[in-house]
Design a protein around this ligand. Sequence first.
Ligand code: NI
Length: 193
Amino acid sequence: KTQCPKPPQNKDLTRILHPLRCIWQAMALLPILEYPDPRLKKVAAPVTSFTPDLVRLVRDMAETMYAAPGVGLAATQVDVHKRVIVIDVSETKDDLLVLVNPEIVAAEGEAECEEGCLSVPGYYDKVTRAARITVRARNERGEPIERTAEGLLAVCIQHEMDHLIGKMFVDYLSPLKRARLAARQRKKQRLAG
Ligand code: NI
């Protein structure tokens, strides 16, 4: 097993400018569903046409992810049940990867990495996944993409693709850990009213 490497510590001007860019653009932040919302278990349908609505969805998902802040977001998490994910694992937050209808065509090795999820705020735990994957997809304009990834990017792609089949990283945990987490979430939701 290999450890998941830390993202590059590259201090770049774009990182400083990013919050400003967000204010300049019309913000359209989407509400994120929280575990154990049953809508997170829905299976997403493939995208069949590449329309301006899809481009808008991808833009809103990216803004929502950056604002959270997070490194990945699946359409399922914003209650849109289409096979669309956005990812940016770069330190500078300027390397957006859009995967529409993603399919993993090769996977090898095993790596354990601590994961978190915007749908389970404040909770992190270790999950074992393939260390290196090749994914085939399209971008929001319908152009084909093929990427081979390892480290944090490989973890993130697998984590987000799981959302599209209604699966969450906490589903890999022991029943005891899941029960504790569900109790914690119920308490939190009670406190929130
Ligand atoms: Ni997630």
